[in-house]
Write a protein that binds this ligand. Structure first.
Ligand code: FAD
Length: 504
């Protein structure tokens, strides 16, 4: 076997969350093999500055960098997140939690929800969330670390962070620079291509050229390299997801109010509002459809519903849901907003950055790039993004809110991949699973249940269980969850303990 010539120089264009996450991971993994990593960012342009709610995969990402929860949380004013609370999505006053965790206990290969639905059909009223430790802790405002050896699936839950996006990028920058990443503060004005059409160098505003073997486009929505220089087309998903705009505004925390251990997403007239609790402030914003609400009305709706005093003027951000047709073209790979964007309803963008980085490391090419690696990367990226899109779209399809926006959002023709999932769920409460899905059955169950979408038929095995024994078992399961919740301290106590750990 002859080893192909190795890549020696990686150039990252952009230093937002995507750029610094990529730089930190690549310097750690490839630095020791002699690969140089250079990141170019322009402090005149700045970053998007939002992106503060995450999912649990983030914790595994930074653990692979050798970073602990306490280090990251201390550096980013983070709070803990057990899930997302959807408020007003299925009627005024409604609320449900999408936890990072499981529900109940399956029995003989039959999903727990079949038993719960059978009990419910006989008049039982306990909500599904009463069988999820993650959801119950979140609703109670309590937090503890999950047991590494949970006694049963009933206690299986996971957690993520709410973090300050700018501090997170700065923290990762320091980490990457310690690992040997070189940073250049300059504006990229263009590129130089080699005779084969690949990127040879990026050209800076002072005339310097930074040459590389592999280029990572982390330049945000503009997609300087993949979009502008290489003209890779953008697949617009606006026919499915109608929101295309946001206003973002930070607010002061109320002095005596403990931060909830969940992200809040509240349905509004032409979109939804996010609430992200941090330790030093809260992040808020309204995601809306500009075809259904003008800027002034959106801004007013957000400002009227802020949880505290604003710390800045609301900032408008426009976006197009969708993705670049291919995320990797020639010797250029897009990571982050340059590769595509889905509204932050399920906090998926940073997670998509993590998976892109993992995928790139797993398929990292030689100097002459084997097209098989590129094709695999592109296929996995496309499928993962499409499945995430389907999950987000599900929320709109199931909502029964009644304004022009919500009616239009529900009236879209869903992609076949989602139609198939819904049909199998409706028929008998089962989950169709595709490759590269970020959200597992428990997440789909949380959303179906939250919107009251139940199957026409249950697994026949539930008929074999004596109803009163089933009801007794379910009561016992609920009691186990309730006891665990009662024994868990408030989220604020956990954060105070963390502060002491950081200070020590
Ligand atoms: P950016 O932050 O835009 O960074 C781009 C970088 O490129 C900057 O450093 C800039 O200086 C540099 N650059 C651009 N042009 C040039 C040039 N010519 N020369 C040199 N440098 C250049 N994600 C989540 O996971 N959770 C959330 O809760 C969430 N909320 C969001 C809310 C909204 C409204 C939006 C729009 C996004 C949200 N996201 C969220 C997505 C998240 O913000 C991004 O995925 C994340 O910040 C990564 O952005 P980025 O690094 O790709 O781009």
């Amino acid at each position: 076997m002859t080893e192909p010539e190795r890549i020696g120089r990686v150039v990252i264009a952009g230093g937002g969350t995507a750029g610094w996450m990529t730089a930190a991971a690549l310097t750690r993994r490839l630095g020791p093999t002699g690969v140089s990593v250079t990141l170019i960012e322009s402090s005149d342009i700045g970053t998007i500055g939002v992106g503060e709610a995450t999912i649990p995969t983030l914790r595994r990402f930074y653990a692979r960098l050798g970073l602990t929860d306490a280090e990251v949380m201390g550096a980013t004013e983070a709070t803990c997140k057990l899930g997302i609370r959807f408020e007003g999505w299925s009627g005024a006053g409604s609320a449900f939690l999408h936890p990072f965790g499981l529900y109940g206990q399956d029995l003989d290969g039959v999903g727990f929800h079949h038993y719960w639905l059978a009990d419910r059909a006989r008049g039982a009223e306990a909500p599904l969330a009463a069988y999820s430790l993650g959801a119950s802790l979140a609703e109670a405002g309590r937090f503890t670390l999950p047991s590494p050896n949970p006694p049963s699936s009933l206690s299986v839950f996971d957690w993520a962070l709410h973090l300050d996006a700018s501090r997170f990028a700065a923290f990762l920058r320091a980490h990457a620079e310690r690992g040997g990443c070189q940073r250049i503060d300059a504006r990229i004005d263009g590129v130089r291509r080699d005779p084969a059409g690949d990127l040879a160098a990026v050209v800076l505003d002072d005339g310097r050229e930074i040459a590389g073997d592999l280029f990572i486009d982390c330049s945000g929505f503009r997609a300087l390299l993949l979009g502008e220089a290489l003209a890779e087309p953008y697949e617009d998903w606006g026919r499915w997801l109608l929101c295309d705009s946001a206003f973002a505004v930070p607010t002061e925390n109320a002095p005596d109010e403990a931060p909830p251990p969940f992200t809040r997403v509240t349905a509004r007239s032409a979109g939804w509002q996010w609430g992200i609790p941090l330790r030093h402030r809260a992040g808020n914003g309204l995601v809306f459809s500009s075809a259904h609400q003008d800027d002034a009305a959106a801004r007013d709706e957000l400002m009227a519903a802020l949880p505290g005093a604003p710390l800045a003027e609301p900032r408008r951000i426009g976006f197009r849901p969708g993705r670049r047709r291919r995320a990797w073209v020639g010797n250029c790979v897009a990571v982050g907003l340059s590769a595509g964007f889905l509204e932050p309803l399920e906090s998926t963008s940073i997670a998509l950055i993590e998976t892109a980085i993992e995928r790139l490391l797993g398929l990292f090419p030689g100097r002459v790039i084997d097209p098989a690696l590129r094709d695999e990367f592109n296929e996995q990226t496309a499928e993962e993004m499409e499945r995430t899109r389907d999950f987000i779209l599900l929320h709109y399809l199931l909502s029964d809110r009644d304004t022009p926006f919500w009616r239009d959002a529900r009236a879209v023709t869903p992609p076949d991949s989602l139609v198939r999932k819904l049909a199998v769920w409706d028929a008998r409460g089962e989950f169709v699973r595709y490759r590269w899905e970020m959200f597992h059955p428990a997440s789909w169950l949380a959303i179906y249940d939250g919107f009251g979408r139940y199957p026409r038929m249950l697994d026949p095995a539930v008929a074999a269980v004596d109803p009163s024994r089933l009801s007794q078992s379910l009561t016992a399961l609920r009691a186990t969850v309730a006891r665990a919740v009662a024994a868990t301290p408030p989220h604020a106590d956990f954060l105070r303990r963390l502060d002491r750990e950081i200070a020590a």
